[in-house]
Design a protein around this ligand. Structure first.
Ligand SMILES: [Zn+2]
Length: 594
């Protein structure tokens, strides 16, 4: 991999970069990324990734199947060969002649290969596009086969993995090609309605009618590193706007930054990721879960000990001390807990519309065998990370990311866990322009009616509406040194006492802290922290959080969605003591003592 190990011909090529690469020579090929000559066998060993510049060379469908599927597990689905030519299209030559050529050159009968396979032992349906067949363009037959793959997945209850590579709709089949966008999209909608996992892997290049239909409709969308993906190609965009395009325009990394894909992976990382995603979703797709049991109710109960998370009432500390503890820079962050209190975590990025907000992290996690969707504010630890994460103050896209992850949880009957630690939502003009209030309102409304259990934990600072956005839940846990507040004590003091120096007085007047939340029934339990606070022993703090979460998830696992929603509604209506209606049913009792 190192430059010193590069064979001499590559070095020679490097010095001749001004001349165009000579293309293929016997046993050698030139990298389209850096122009170096690469020994073919070395390139094969490296999964067609240039060891010099990391350029991911294009891969044909069969090589891709070999890379992703367990050895020997792929069984191709037979499609009766159809070669539609609905327009009797001829340009410089007749369309059937072009199809024959494409078929001969690519050794494929169309631009997509469909079949079943196993990935890490998990059965899946695969649809892999072949860019070498007329640029992976989508005509009637591609539409038919992609729909066939989705139907097979529906019939057999299997996840569908689609590997996309396409220039767009096929011109030679005219408006019939255009309507394959609708045909394939409805097939993906049916998968979504059935709660079945679809994963789309976007490879270089994916454009036009394919990117604007099934390629971006997967439950999880992953882009391969460096892949170019967009609707209109860069040349069309440039000619239209007559301006320089930003560096990296339409690359996988550009898509990630703009919130359009869940993840970007190098070629070698794709298969391990797929195995984790399939494993995390497989526990959720059992019949037991479909009948209303979340995350597996039949598992053995959690360990209980006298020193458990809520074994004792919270220490009634001075609210101002609690505020300072909750804000301590050394306290574990959401990502710290995700890597210590949970067993696996696959982060999913982006709101699929505008950006990936680093102040909110979320994704799929497992905790003692239960798969959950976790969403939390992320403050960051170092100065640099705190700035990058905007000190844990989300923009609207952060809340929209959280909301789409809640949609994912509901689609797969997975419980939601939220970890709350924010000074508040970002106060700024750009946040207002993008609808901060509506984004917060939207997620509160969504979580109030989410048909899966929601367990919220205030782990640190719970500032105002920006915190409440992740607090609408069946259970609200508060860590011993955490608080929820309608306004910061400094803000309250500045308004009512006319000086921020009265913040300690304001904190006491507002009765900030876990004790008050528990007494009033707003919090359903308190998670005890180790002596000296969570920051003094993050491992012990994570253990206690894990234990508390497992207990709450198991308590909620048996409820069917309607019972869950009725109880959540009563809980929310009961806060403040004046219930809107006289409902009955189970209410979580505040836990103070075991
Ligand atoms: Zn290269």
């Amino acid at each position: 991999m190192s430059r010193t190990a590069t064979p001499p011909p590559a070095r020679a090529a490097r010095t001749e970069r001004s001349t165009p690469p000579s293309g293929e020579r016997s046993g050698w090929t030139s990298c389209p990324g850096c122009g170096w000559l690469l020994y073919r066998k070395r390139l094969d060993r490296n999964l067609q990734v240039c060891p010099e510049c990391d350029h991911h060379l294009r891969m044909d469908a069969r090589a891709r199947i070999d890379l992703l599927a367990d050895t020997g597990s792929f069984a191709e689905q037979d499609f009766t060969a159809l070669s539609p030519d609905p327009l009797s299209f001829t340009d410089l030559r007749a369309y059937p002649g072009r199809l024959d050529d494409a078929s001969r050159r690519s050794q494929e009968s169309e631009a997509v290969v469909v079949g079943t396979a196993r990935i890490g032992g998990h059965d899946v349906v695969l649809a892999v596009m072949e860019f070498g067949f007329l640029g992976g363009s989508m005509g009637i037959e591609v539409g038919r086969r992609v729909c066939g793959a989705a139907e097979l997945a529906l019939e057999r209850g299997l996840p569908l993995l689609t590997v996309c590579a396409s220039g767009g709709a096929r011109m030679q089949e005219g408006v019939f090609s255009l309507f394959q966008m609708a045909r394939t999209s409805q097939a993906f909608a049916r998968l979504r309605e059935a709660g079945q996992l679809s994963v789309c892997l976007l490879t270089d290049p994916t454009y036009g009618g394919v990117s604007a239909s099934f390629a971006t409709l997967g439950s999880v969308v992953v882009a391969e590193r460096g892949a170019h993906v967009g609707f209109a190609g860069p040349r069309v965009v440039q000619e239209t706007i007559r301006a320089e395009l930003p560096a990296g325009f339409q690359t996988a990394e550009f898509l990630l930054e703009h919130g359009l894909v869940d993840r970007v992976e190098s070629r070698a990382e794709v298969r391990p990721l797929l195995i984790r995603l399939l494993a995390l979703h497989s526990s959720a797709s059992s019949d037991a879960d479909r009948s209303g049991l979340f995350g597996g109710a039949a598992r053995p109960g959690p360990r209980r000990s006298d020193d458990g998370p809520d074994a004792a009432a919270p220490v009634h500390e001075d609210p101002w001390v609690v505020v300072q503890e909750a804000r301590c820079a050394e306290r574990p962050t959401t990502l710290d807990y995700l890597h210590s209190a949970f067993d696996d975590f696959v982060e999913l990025h982006g709101d699929r519309a505008f950006a990936d907000d680093p102040a909110v992290v979320g994704g799929l996690a497992s905790i003692e065998g239960r798969t959950v969707v976790v969403i939390g504010h992320q403050k960051g630890r170092t100065v640099r990370e705190r700035v990058t994460r905007n000190f844990g103050m989300p923009h609207p896209e952060g809340y929209r990311k959280a909301q789409r992850l809640m949609d994912h949880a509901e689609a797969f009957s997975l419980p939601v866990v939220t970890l709350v630690d924010t000074p508040g939502a970002h106060p700024g003009p750009e946040a207002e322009e993008r609808g901060q209030a509506h984004a917060i309102a939207g997620i509160i409304m969504r979580s109030s009616r989410l048909r899966v259990p929601v367990v919220a934990v205030v782990t640190g600072e719970g500032g105002s509406g920006g915190a409440l956005a992740l607090c609408t839940s069946d259970r609200l846990l508060v860590m011993e040194n955490a608080f929820l507040s309608v306004i910061s004590p400094e803000g309250c003091a500045a308004i009512l006492w006319r000086t921020a120096t009265e913040a300690p007085t304001a904190a006491r007047a507002m009765r900030l802290g876990a004790a008050h939340l528990l007494e009033t029934g707003i919090a359903t339990s308190v998670v005890r922290e180790p002596a000296g606070g969570a920051q003094a022993d993050p491992v012990a703090a994570a253990d206690r959080l894990r234990e508390a979460l497992v207990r709450e998830l198991d308590d909620l696992a048996g409820s069917d969605p309607d019972t869950l929603l009725a109880a959540r509604s009563r809980r929310l209506s009961g806060i403040g003591g004046a219930e809107a209606h006289a409902g009955t049913g189970p209410q979580p009792a505040p836990r103070t003592q075991d």
